[in-house]
Design a protein around this ligand. Structure first.
Ligand code: GZL
Length: 316
């Protein structure tokens, strides 16, 4: 607990109850980076919600490096923040620093992405999307689309997210599960585009150069890589969304604009606006109120035919 809060609470114990008041909470937040439109919206939501909730936010951008997140968490522990929250860039390698937070008596909230740890008591709760379900929704759209041409084999290339991250692992798992029943749907190439437009374009260029198999579908683990790939497809003289069907995930504004232009076929929503729920969770946890171990968010699927109508309603 931070020294100011301890002093104020000690004062509150000796003052008449009527004058007792809660000191502002201090949250240490370690963010993955600034790699995508989704991440930008997620950061904006967290900062705005902390301000709205009167929570003092210590925010650290890890630039997609786990070692920077570990350093940030250790710094928050040293500063004796009231609560730590973070979006783990990858699933593994967190046990040691989370044990340090537990030993310091600082509760930890996982937001956006999950971790694999030996002891689930190392974090209080995880609020974020169900990435396996997002992969299944992406596959469902393709299976239904493929049913219109039952004899056509469809070669799929896949742009994976950050290697070792929960969304990359789970979106791949859900998609493969969803297409398994249709042998005509085959993933012929799969590589990480690191969730960025630039790398997504670079990897798609390399896929297009390999001429041994025709590419019919691109499955991208996020919209930013899909948008980068769209540029590569156009530079190769092909029509994105027509010559190569494109399925992606996030539902950011850039995806709706690409769908409106007929260059992207479908995006599976992954809601980044977790800030308000995160701040309420922090207050409840510090007030020793019980919270669920796993909190998910409701999300939809948006196709090109509704993009123009939906675009004005989008909040990120
Ligand atoms: C998903 C989030 C992913 C987004 C990407 O919750 O972790 O990271 O899908 C972002 O756009 O980079």
């Amino acid at each position: 607990m931070n020294p100011l809060r301890r002093a104020l609470l000690a004062a509150a114990l000796v003052l008449p109850a009527a004058t007792a008041f809660a000191a502002p909470l201090t949250m240490g937040f370690s963010q993955v980076g600034a790699e995508s439109e989704w991440r930008t919206a997620n950061t904006a939501s967290i900062k705005a919600a902390a301000k709205e909730a009167g929570i003092t936010l210590k925010f650290a951008d890890a630039q997609q490096k786990q070692e920077n997140q570990v350093k940030a968490l250790r710094s928050f522990i040293a500063q004796k923040v009231d609560v730590i929250a973070f979006s783990p860039v990858v699933e593994s390698g967190w046990d040691t620093v989370l044990k340090e937070a537990k030993a310091a008596g600082i509760p930890v909230i996982l937001t956006d992405r999950a971790v694999k740890v030996s002891d689930p008591s190392l974090y209080v709760t995880f609020i974020g999307s169900d990435f396996v379900e997002e992969g299944r929704k992406a596959a469902k759209w393709l299976v239904e689309r493929a049913a219109k041409t039952p004899n056509a084999a469809l070669n799929i290339v896949e742009l994976q997210g950050t290697v070792g991250s929960a969304p990359a692992i789970d979106r791949k798992k859900g998609f493969e599960e969803g297409i398994k029943a249709n042998p005509k749907l085959q993933i012929i190439r799969s590589q990480s585009g690191e969730f960025t437009r630039a790398k997504g374009k670079e990897v798609m260029e390399s896929f297009l150069k390999q001429r041994d198999k025709k590419i019919d579908v691109l499955y991208a683990h996020n919209d930013d890589m899909a948008i980068g790939a769209i540029q590569a497809i156009e530079e190769a003289g092909l029509k994105p969304g027509v010559d190569i069907l494109i399925i992606s995930i996030d539902g950011v504004r850039g995806a709706f604009e690409a769908m409106k232009a007929g260059k992207l076929n479908v995006t599976v929503e992954c809601n980044p606006l977790l800030g308000p729920q995160l701040m309420q969770l922090a207050k409840d946890i510090v007030a020793k109120k019980p919270v669920d171990k796993r909190i998910t968010v409701n999300e939809g699927v948006f196709t090109a035919d509704t993009a123009a109508k939906e675009l004005p309603n989008r909040k990120y």
